[in-house]
Design a protein around this ligand. Structure first.
Ligand SMILES: [Mn+2]
Length: 506
């Protein structure tokens, strides 16, 4: 690893930097050394990776977060389906399809990710599945049913290639669905669609792969659904369905908040690991690797969205994900990341100085954003509209920019604060919801930012300062509850955690 670092940095950094900031090479040499030791310990003692985490002298600190016992139980999914029945109209039947398996290239697929609506109402993480849900029971083939979950039957040959399958019995346990059938059975089932006006569905145009050998694959079910709906003269509604599901999903149950908190705690630990480790001369992708290592080693399924590690002017690109540049002293780095835990996404952003100390101008801009965030959080309470925290953050940023002579007109705020302050957080990082007034049980982000591109019409001393600070909060009956307090954000706290003077002196 040390060799790799040395070769990679040659030609990318000046000799001065390479000498002055040789700490990065040292850091990676040290990482390599401790990794090696830890592996030996694991092999000889058979104690697994925990021994690596226990290495007190490791340059990387691990959260040792407890693996939480609570999992989303069948009870949760049954409750969600009942809430859906309570909310949907009499003339509606719901048909939800699982997400398609997506091809990365040639015969290689992306790792499967379930459609969040389908997951929310079933707990099933397998492709080629479908949920049929009625408000009240209907008669099908002489039986009265109010829900049918279709999944793929177990297939031992297939399991040897692509992993274990639930099969019908386990799918029933996971989902709590009253009736579980093979996905092949949907085609011939006489479903009384004609008794309804609308099918609320996520029936998709985006289904891209048809297994022509398989009569029950996703594309076949989608095709049969559309044909049956057309024959019955009912209309498939996608947008209205999204609103209905969003209305239910924007309120988080206690179990969901526990999952979100775990995802957020792991993400805050990754932010702290970045603060503890970043030195000039490191690359953005090395920071990304450290972050995603922290996610996986703490039990997250991975990153909920591509990690953003944006040093210097890359911080001005909102969804910068190539993470390919060198981190330069004097610049800030925007780190916008989120672990995914049991399907739930965190979303926490910190902006930190690459050399460990904010310059005077950076500190001024940073403090304006932090103040705007505090104000916004105060307005994140029931009774306010979803957009009120944004309006208050916007106003605070405007005042700060005017006070420092960066703008002269209110109309110029949008040149430097170019996005909204909040979105819902849940199974999607930009979660489903209807953006109504704030209610207890909702989880939202608060993420103001100031971005001053090179060449902006202000004093050049402000150019290339890009700051975003993002926290995740729970709306309660009282003040908002900060869920991401684990990641430091005050200037003094950040400079303290990044100060490795003590460590390098020993
Ligand atoms: Mn966000």
């Amino acid at each position: 690893m040390a060799f790799f670092v040395a070769v990679h940095f040659k030609g990318l950094v000046t000799a001065r930097l390479a000498t002055k900031y040789d700490a990065s090479s040292l850091l990676f040499c040290t990482m390599a050394r401790y990794t090696h030791q830890a592996l030996l310990v694991c092999v000889f003692l058979g104690l697994g990776i925990m021994d690596f985490q226990a290495q007190e002298n490791s340059p990387l600190k691990f959260a040792n977060l407890p693996v939480i016992d609570e999992e989303l139980s069948a009870d949760f999914f049954v409750r969600n389906r009942n809430r859906l029945r309570d909310t949907m109209g009499d003339s509606v039947v719901v048909v939800l399809l699982s997400a398609p398996q997506k091809t990365r290239s040639n015969d290689i697929d992306y790792r499967y990710h379930q459609d969040p609506d389908f997951y929310y109402f079933t707990g099933i993480e397998e492709p080629n599945s479908m949920l049929l849900l009625f408000k009240d029971s209907v008669e099908i083939d002489g039986e009265w049913l109010n829900e049918i979950l279709f999944v793929e039957s177990k297939n031992v040959k297939k399991e040897r290639w692509t992993g274990r399958m639930l099969g019908l019995a386990e799918a029933k346990e996971v989902s709590g669905a009253a009736n579980v059938m093979s996905n092949i059975d949907f085609k011939s089932m006489p479903i009384p669609f004609k008794d309804f006006d609308f099918v609320y569905s996520n029936a998709n145009q985006w289904i891209e792969r048809d297994d022509k050998e398989h009569p029950g694959d996703l594309m076949s079910m989608d095709k049969h659904l559309k044909a049956k709906a057309e024959r019955a003269g009912v209309q498939i509604k996608v947008n209205a369905a999204e609103d209905l599901f969003g209305f239910l999903r924007q309120h988080k149950s206690a179990e969901e908040i526990a999952m979100l908190q775990q995802a957020i705690d792991i993400t805050c630990e990754a932010q702290k690991n970045a603060m503890r480790s970043i030195v000039p001369g490191m690359t953005e992708y090395q920071v990304e690797a450290l972050i995603e290592y922290t996610f996986r080693s703490n039990g997250a399924s991975g990153a909920a969205f591509p990690s953003i590690v944006a040093g210097g002017s890359n911080g001005g690109i909102m969804h910068y994900t190539s993470n390919e540049s060198l981190l330069i002293p004097g610049d800030l780095v925007v780190i916008d990341i989120g672990a995914e835990y049991e399907g739930y996404a965190a979303d926490v952003t910190r902006t930190i100085p690459i050399d460990g100390t904010f310059s005077a101008e950076q500190a001024i801009i940073y403090q304006i954003v932090l103040d705007a965030q505090s104000v916004a959080i105060r307005y994140a309470t029931p009774g306010y509209k979803f957009w009120t925290p944004h309006e208050e953050a916007f106003r605070t940023i405007g005042k700060g920019l005017i006070k420092n002579g960066i703008i002269t007109q209110w109309s110029e705020i949008g040149d430097y604060f170019i996005h909204g302050t909040s979105h819902y957080l849940g199974l999607d990082v930009h979660d489903s919801g209807i953006y109504s007034s704030l209610q207890p049980g909702e989880v939202i982000t608060i993420e103001p930012g100031i971005y001053i591109p090179h060449g902006s019409p202000c004093d050049p001393k402000w150019w290339d300062i890009y700051v975003r600070i993002e926290d995740d909060i729970l709306i309660t009956a009282g003040a908002a509850k900060l869920l991401s307090s684990g990641a430091p954000k005050k200037i003094s706290e950040i400079e303290k955690i990044m100060d490795r003077g003590q460590a390098s002196a020993d």
